[in-house]
Design a binder for this molecule. Structure first.
Ligand code: NOJ
Ligand code: CA
Length: 681
């Protein structure tokens, strides 16, 4: 369909919008989404300060919220702004995801560009571009090249998000030592401190809003900090020193995004973040084939095996062959092996200087194992744990990715295990700078990894990453990332994820895109025989609830051998979807998701709850009318409970169902359910 220009006209300056403008502020521009639901208004006050406000269906979402920047070497951009012009255009296209939760995505928006100029001697000019969607708004600043801004050294961004009412916010702290790996807080919006995005908010009237960003490229990640009342303000991630962001010539910020919906399901269904990213730049990415992977891993995470060489070394020929056999028997196409390379001996945490990603250890015969896997239909997954030595990694990019490509690896998992602000950067002058995981330099480093991997037709699963902002649309080899507490926390005594964790994660972290959560620990055991706070049915549900095109089968072969009936679901469940429907959900309490497999007619349903038992019912009206389906149901046993030895209690049963049926399901404390719906011929 492409884009077309339409003439701008000041129509229907909604009463709410005008009222939102403070007394001495005059409205200078406004526009609404093509369906009319979401509107933005820009005002300029008596001091020449620009602000924007947002309404949905006539109700205020953001009160006038200020725009601007602080610089380290120039006066701030804030006051004495004038509007010099504005433009509006409409856009409507439908595009296809090479892999994903939906095959086809509609991108329909109205764009409003507001051109601003300072009335000072500096006379800097910039544009704020808004894109208005049925389900929210994205906006960014665009600075053209101008002599008085040859270099822009940004100390802070002054963008505000002044929520029009208080509400409940789900947020995780920003700028702390453990990077993105904190549990979500649930507090009044007016009690948020420093938060990483996405922050998801249920406003006083029940409207749900998710605040995040899209297309984070050559800029630092945006966290937010509460200023006063219900106002959050951008707080950029730092780098090794001032300024936080350095730009030359023309530049623009990432999109600042607000998804707005009636309920949590509506938030999840939004495609706004992906739509605000550029189309695929890599061309043919058919080398990425979604699928599951097993791993020489859980025993390391539990501390029974080591990454380092020695008597406990996990990545031995014998172990890897045994794991390849397991993967092959269960039609799992990939096997991750960690600790396969030289560099892990000694203290590797925060110290990756010995890591060599082309040098296997003596007891890991890469070529023999690759050949063995090939015979059995299993490819290896590479692992590049940098220990935070990012420059050391860049120096060996080509040999590292050539090693992987020569051995037919589809994916490499990367890692940056070091505390916040401890990333190593060397620019060639012999000095080491310490960077933050989400600062501008690391944002650029992560993209250099993606581009280098793409040269070798390899996908990347980044751990300790920069947050997801939809760049997997532009770079579809960026298949997954971590960026939240995954299953590994359940291996550790005293660190277990609480039962509500996944019901939080779906409506917060998952808005960033695929997560390598590593589900499926059917033993429900971590180190020292400690219990995981989950039922076994919930472990199966996670394959549907938490999306990733590369999904781990995380437990050990010995443990899976004890659960052959449950293993059938893990074998059957795909990792690539044509359609996704969130059937119900409350953040942190429960969620049910139905997904239709790509290239087939079967549906899968997953649901997870929290620490409470609950009954939920839902319609199956997404099934094809007139067809009958055999439902293979894996549900919590009546006595199942994450707190007792009954966490393994499960009922596996079959039913015949159709689109006119309702399903009534019980979720045990810490439980969930998984259903496979096979269309009858
Ligand atoms: C942390 C990652 O999340 C985990 O999956 C990995 O095994 C370790 N780092 C070592 O790289
Ligand atoms: Ca809860």
């Amino acid at each position: 369909m492409g884009s077309k220009k339409i003439k701008y006209s000041v129509i229907a300056l909604g009463g709410a919008l005008l009222a939102a403008a403070s007394a001495n502020a005059r409205p200078v521009a406004q526009a609404s989404s093509p369906d009319g639901a979401v509107s933005v208004a820009v005002t300029i006050d008596g001091d020449g300060r620009a602000a924007y406000s947002v309404t949905r269906k006539g109700k205020p979402i953001l009160a006038p919220s200020r725009l601007g920047f602080l610089f380290t070497d120039a006066v701030k951009i804030d006051r004495r702004l004038n509007v010099t012009g504005q433009e509006v255009r409409d856009f409507d296209e439908t595009w296809t995801q090479p892999w994903g939760e939906w095959q086809s995505i509609r991108n329909r928006y109205r764009e409003l560009k507001v051109h601003l100029k300072e009335s000072t001697a500096l006379a800097r000019v910039f544009t704020v571009t808004f894109r208005l969607y049925e389900d929210g708004v994205g906006f960014r600043y665009e600075f053209p090249e101008q002599p008085q801004m040859a270099n822009s050294n940004i100390a802070e961004e002054l963008t505000e998000f002044a929520f029009a009412s208080d509400g409940i916010a789900w947020w995780k702290p920003a700028f702390l030592w453990n990077r993105e790996e904190y549990l979500y807080n649930k507090t009044p919006l007016s009690a948020v401190a420093n938060a990483d995005t996405p922050v998801t908010i249920k406003m006083a009237d029940g409207t749900h809003v998710a605040l995040h960003e899209a297309a984070l490229v050559d800029y630092s990640g945006m966290a937010v900090a509460r200023t006063e009342g219900n106002t959050l303000r951008a707080a950029l991630h730092p780098g090794a020193g001032e300024p936080k962001v350095q730009k030359k010539g023309a530049w623009s910020t990432p999109w600042r995004t607000l998804i707005i919906a009636d309920d949590p399901a509506g938030i999840y269904h939004s495609h706004l973040m992906l739509n605000l990213n550029e189309p695929n730049k890599l061309g043919d990415v058919s080398y990425i084939k979604p699928g599951k992977f097993a791993g020489v891993w859980w025993n390391m995470i539990k501390g029974e095996w080591s990454w380092a060489r020695g008597p406990k070394h996990g990545a031995t020929n014998a172990n890897v062959k045994r794991y390849i056999d397991f993967a092959s028997e269960n039609k799992i196409p990939h096997l991750l092996v960690e600790g396969w390379n030289v560099g892990w001996d000694g203290d590797w945490f925060g110290n990756g200087y010995d890591m060599d990603f082309a040098q296997p250890t003596e007891d890991f015969d890469a070529d023999m194992l690759v050949a063995y896997g090939k015979k059995k239909g299993v490819r290896l997954v590479g692992h590049h744990e940098t220990g935070g030595a990012a420059t050391h990694y860049e120096k060996q990019f080509d040999k590292a990715f050539k090693f992987a490509a020569d051995r037919d690896y589809m994916v490499v998992k990367t890692g940056y295990v070091t505390d916040a602000a401890q990333m190593e950067r060397q620019d060639g002058d012999g000095k080491t700078l310490r960077e933050w995981h989400q600062g501008q330099w690391m944002v650029n480093h992560q993209l250099r990894v993606i581009e280098k991997a793409a040269e070798y037709k390899i996908g990347i699963d980044s751990h300790e990453p920069v947050k997801g902002t939809g760049l997997h649309r532009t770079y579809p080899n960026w298949v997954a990332r971590e960026g939240m507490r995954g299953m590994e926390y359940n291996a550790w005594v005293g660190a277990k994820n609480p039962p509500e964790h996944e019901a939080n994660v779906v409506f917060t972290r998952m808005l960033e895109g695929p997560m390598d959560f590593t589900p499926g620990v059917l033993s429900l055991k971590g180190s020292e025989d400690s219990d995981i706070l989950s039922t076994i049915a919930k472990q199966l549900a996670l394959y549907v609830v938490i999306y990733s095109p590369v999904q781990m089968v995380a437990d050990t072969p010995e443990n899976y051998a004890k659960y052959p009936k449950e293993m059938k679901f893990i074998r059957d469940v795909p990792t690539d979807w044509q359609d996704t429907r969130v059937l119900n959900g409350e953040i942190g309490d429960f969620v049910t998701i139905a997904r239709k497999e790509r290239g087939g007619n079967n549906w899968y349903i997953g649901a997870v709850g929290d620490e409470e038992a609950r009954e939920i019912s839902f319609k199956l009206d997404f099934l094809t009318p007139g067809k009958s389906y055999k439902a293979e149901i894996y549900r919590d046993g009546d006595d199942a409970d994450y707190r007792t030895e009954k966490r393994h209690s499960i009922v596996i049963e079959s039913k015949t169902l159709s689109s006119t049926d309702d399903l009534n399901m019980r979720i045990a404390p810490g439980g969930g359910f998984a259903i496979r719906l096979v269309e009858s011929k």
